[in-house]
Design a protein around this ligand. Structure first.
Ligand SMILES: [Zn+2]
Length: 240
């Protein structure tokens, strides 16, 4: 099974062959551009159409299960997908593109927070309306959070290119900031995907990103929260 979104985040239509169907509605394809719920980035939605007879299905959820990317479908008629079916797939682009823009924005905001405070980013959850970033920081000044988002927004507007590349586990072990991650990888995984926002941020990441940060548009600060101990949470959204 090939994850097409790893190398082309702008691919929104593709053809594939059904390789597995469970319970009549969980479908695995030989290749897919549908992003599965993972790493704080929500799943893609969209449609699957069987080439032979035009039978149409809505993709309502996509997840990773036991190494497979599974598409939960709802048939729009009295039929089911079967192993071996050739299909044409289409991703709901408006939703995905917004999540891509939000994801690249999250990396920029995280790098700004880290640069100013040294905070460790502990997680993020993207969403259509608003996204959040969790970080760990002892001395917390809520008054500075809006300024960090403003700075991230200015950096995005300046237009940095975003590159995806792969490095080996050995290379990662020798790279500052990636060595800990490399050592924690399960045996057998030797390829690490790196998302590089030129001059701003570089990290191991499996998500989909824009090609240039200008695509993000304005990033707006919403609020920040104190989650106790040293756990902080910041909410932001895209202006458009
Ligand atoms: Zn990411």
């Amino acid at each position: 099974m090939k994850a097409l979104y790893m190398d082309d985040s702008y691919l929104r239509e593709f053809e594939a062959v059904v390789t597995k169907v469970s319970d009549g509605k969980y479908v695995v394809l030989d290749q897919t551009a549908f992003y599965p719920n993972s790493g704080g980035q929500p799943y893609d939605t969209g449609s699957i159409t069987r080439l032979a007879d035009g039978a149409a299905f809505r993709v309502v959820f996509v997840g990773k299960f036991g190494g497979d990317i599974s598409h939960e479908v709802q048939a729009e008629g009295p039929y089911e997908l079967k192993e071996g079916d050739a299909v044409r797939c289409s991703i709901d682009w408006e939703r995905r593109y917004r999540l891509m823009r939000s994801h690249t924005a999250a990396h920029i905001i995280s790098s700004v927070i880290n640069a100013h405070t040294g905070a460790l980013i502990t997680g993020n959850q993207l969403n259509i309306d608003k996204s959040r970033i969790d970080f760990s920081l002892e001395d917390y000044d809520p008054g500075k959070m809006a300024g960090f988002v403003e700075e991230a927004s200015e950096k995005a507007a300046a237009g940095a290119d975003v590159h995806v590349s792969y490095i080996t586990k050995d290379e990662a072990e020798k790279t500052e900031g990636l060595s800990k991650l490399a050592k924690g990888l399960p045996p057998g995984i030797d390829r690490i995907r790196i998302v590089d926002i030129e001059g701003i941020d570089r990290q191991a990441d499996g998500g989909t990103h824009v090609k240039n940060t200008k695509e993000i548009g304005k990033i707006e600060f919403l609020k920040s929260e104190n989650k106790g101990k040293s756990n902080r949470r910041l909410y932001y959204r895209l202006a458009e």
